[in-house]
Design a protein around this ligand. Structure first.
Ligand code: DX5
Ligand code: ZN
Length: 216
């Protein structure tokens, strides 16, 4: 499956967001972290920022919702211009997860589900056949700049092999602590979408930073 690099704007300068995004144009996707201060202990950005990004870039917008009860907001994120909406399996009851998946699909957008580090891959089983992407968190969600959790590698391999049986076209994304040192490990385990915040926006030469992860 094609390897995609997705810089996370959480580590960008939000006051200069359009300029910051322009510096990562050679990446594959743009990763947008939405935090509500409830599901995670931090607050970031929301629907109006996705709408503004949509007007200022043609990049594929990978919107990662770290919010409680995402079924309340997924339609609005789709209409704001998200291309892919990813939310957390821990954030809603099963019937609401099915509802949120079907809302995103009915809006014509791609849909993904994410698991936090302590959540076993098996929790995703009921949904795998309906998804375009699975996101394995390789740090506790909430903040950029944390260290990669190498103990998530078996979960990545396990999910890739289950997906190969039940939904081979489903992409497998990792998020947290990805840099040129950890990227080869997650690729080997079967991840193909690599989110990187500080390893891209923390560098002055963003194009070189993206290339370093891609060629690692
Ligand atoms: C963390 C966010 C990540 C974050 C990753 O909760 O979901 O997308 O920006 O940052 P780095 O790459 O610095 O770990
Ligand atoms: Zn993220």
């Amino acid at each position: 499956m094609k390897t995609r690099i997705a810089p996370s704007i959480l580590s960008a300068d939000f006051a200069r967001l359009a300029d910051e995004v322009a510096t990562v144009a050679e990446a594959d996707w743009l990763h947008v972290d939405v935090m509500d201060g409830l599901f995670v202990p931090n607050i970031s950005i929301g629907i109006p920022v996705v709408a503004s990004l949509r007007k200022s870039t043609s990049m594929f917008l990978d919107v990662h919702l770290m919010i409680d009860r995402p079924q309340r907001y997924v339609r609005e994120f789709c209409r704001a211009g998200a291309d892919l909406v990813v939310f957390h399996v821990e954030a809603a009851q099963p019937q609401d997860i099915f509802e949120a998946i079907s809302i995103v699909k009915s809006e014509g957008k791609r849909v993904g589900l994410s698991v936090k580090p302590k959540t076993p891959a098996s929790v995703l089983a009921p949904y795998l056949g309906m998804l375009d992407l699975v996101l394995v968190m390789t740090v506790e969600p909430g903040f950029g700049g944390q260290s990669f959790m190498a103990d998530m590698l078996p979960k990545i391999s396990e999910l890739r092999s289950v997906l190969d049986k039940v939904n081979p076209g489903c992409e497998l994304e990792v998020d947290g602590g990805i840099d040129p040192n950890t990227a080869p490990l997650v690729k080997k385990a079967g991840a193909n979408v690599l989110v990187a915040g500080s390893a891209v926006f923390g560098k002055s030469d963003r194009a070189a930073a993206i290339r370093a992860i891609r060629n690692s």
